[in-house]
Design a binder for this molecule. Structure first.
Ligand code: URA
Length: 190
């Protein structure tokens, strides 16, 4: 079975499960993009627009993410875009520890299928999930880290740049490092 089929099957199975935020959400937002991608972007969880459309990063923050991806010559179809939590937390509140515990195995299985070279975390929840240490995003954004055989590149959440304009050029500069990082990973693996 190819990665596309495996991912479809996985997402269908998980969408049927009893999950903590299922009853308060309109749609599951499993993720979308290229199942053979080298890069997986991981956000926090769906907002209002994502909940309505069942697609990740389609609201204002998503528009900026799409722009950032375009700024390095890629499109959303070249990468995979997912979230830690696949149903919208009510009122866009932060996901609770039990919710993260319930949803992240779904993400882990997606990543196991895609086998990306690089995981770009968007925001502090996603960074904390992958890097697990009490690190500050202001200190490590844009720096690739090796963890449990994976390469993780933490970035600010694009939504943060919507209310803090000074983070816009920071995100642009961090994104500009992605292709070089991928190239270095490729050389190591060669
Ligand atoms: N914010 C996220 O973290 N994920 C989305 O899909 C949309 C907004």
């Amino acid at each position: 079975m190819n990665k596309k089929k495996k991912l479809e099957q996985l997402n269908e199975e998980w969408a049927k499960k009893a999950l903590p935020l299922k009853s308060v959400a309109k749609n599951a937002v499993p993720g979308e993009g290229n199942p053979d991608a080298d890069i997986v972007f991981v956000g926090e969880g769906p907002g209002k627009d994502e909940d309505e459309q069942g697609r990740p990063f389609v609201g204002a923050a998503g528009k900026f993410l799409t722009e950032l991806i375009g700024s390095i010559g890629l499109s959303r179809d070249d990468v995979y875009i997912a979230n830690l939590v696949k149903h919208r937390p009510p009122g866009n509140r932060d996901p609770l520890p039990d919710e993260l515990k319930a949803y992240t195995p779904w993400l882990d299985e997606q990543i196991a299928i895609i086998e990306p070279k690089l995981i770009v975390t968007l925001g502090r929840f996603s960074m904390a999930y992958f890097l697990k240490e009490g690190l500050s995003i202001s200190q490590i954004h844009g720096q690739p880290k090796r963890k449990e055989g994976r390469v993780i590149m933490p970035m600010y959440h694009p939504a943060a740049a919507l209310y803090r304009g000074d983070l816009r050029p920071v995100l642009m500069a961090d994104f500009a490092k992605i292709l070089k990082t991928l190239q270095l990973i490729g050389q190591e693996q060669a």
